[in-house]
Write a protein that binds this ligand. Structure first.
Ligand code: PDD
Length: 277
């Protein structure tokens, strides 16, 4: 497997990461996961824009333009002959002695990108999944795709230990998102999802779902859902790069739509499938 490390392609066994990398010590960096369908990236432009924005928000100065990075990622795909899967890319603030303060200009950010296996979660997409509700204890900049994923990791694990596929996070009385996905509720044919502000990651799949709704006459409103109102939902679903669109049929002990995927969710799954084909 070829790995892209700071603009150079290397074999996996030629790559070593310094133990003083700030990504390793502080989680001081940002990342993207980009899906590959039929040998091409899906929504590369949107992923690259979010990557550039995330880096800017944490004041990492990219050494390459978005166009240069895209060309390198395309070459990575070609060299590894990826047909179906995903590419993981991360940038950290660089390698230096452990100090909280940013290092000087001489310390360059470290970029690494490589293919990761990814296949459709077909069973979940077909049958639907269970969520486990819990408090969102993450920081107030969830719009940045930060390497600091402790809040997300702990939530996913707790969900798993409660027999759920994904966590459903609430900040006070409002639902925010999943541990690695966006959440949507459907009521009287209208789809509701948290506004794209500092409290959630503006998912690329979410952007595509918003687009699909606009193009196909489905009503989607960016409005917070109250945890107390979950019981009134007709349908629910989650989205992410790796999940695509997955119906939610249970939230803890509560069934959604009698425990089967609903028609609006099914329609979005169909539209999404059509788009990636
Ligand atoms: N996670 N919200 C959070 C907290 C996420 O981590 C993700 C993605 C999403 C959905 O974003 P997108 O549609 O762009 O994948 C929402 C990725 C897949 C991950 O960390 O593996």
């Amino acid at each position: 497997m070829y790995i892209l490390l700071n603009g150079k392609f290397k074999q996996k066994n030629e790559v070593s990461i310094d133990f003083e990398d700030r990504g390793y010590q502080f989680g001081d960096g940002v990342y993207e996961v980009i899906r590959v369908y039929n040998g091409s990236y899906f929504a590369m432009k949107e992923h690259m824009e979010r990557f550039v924005r995330s880096a800017k928000e944490i004041k990492i100065v990219l050494q390459n333009t978005a166009e240069e990075l895209t060309a390198m990622l395309n070459e990575l795909l070609r060299k590894n002959q990826v047909q179906d899967g995903a590419v993981y890319m991360q940038i950290t603030r660089g390698v230096t002695g452990r100090k909280h303060l940013f290092p000087g200009q001489d310390v360059k950010p470290q970029i690494v990108a490589y293919p990761i296996p990814c296949s459709k979660p077909a069973a979940e997409q077909e049958k639907g999944i269970k969520l486990h509700l819990m408090e969102d204890v993450r920081w107030l900049r969830c719009d940045i795709k930060s390497l600091n994923l402790l809040g997300n990791v702990l939530a996913k694990q707790e969900a798993f230990e409660n027999g759920a596929y994904e966590a459903l996070l609430h900040r006070g009385e409002h639902i925010t998102e999943g541990s690695s996905s966006n959440f949507y509720g459907v009521r009287n044919g209208v789809i509701y999802t948290h506004p794209a502000n500092n409290l959630i990651l503006n998912g690329i799949t979410r952007m595509k779902v918003v687009e699909l709704c606009e193009k196909n006459g489905l009503t989607l409103i960016e409005e917070m859902i109250k945890a107390d109102d979950l019981v009134n939902l007709d349908e629910a679903f989650i989205t992410s790069t790796t999940s695509e669109v997955i119906p939610v049929i249970e939230i803890d002990s509560m069934k959604v739509n009698g425990g089967v995927p609903g028609p609006v969710t099914r329609e979005l799954q169909r539209l999404f499938e059509e788009m990636i084909d």
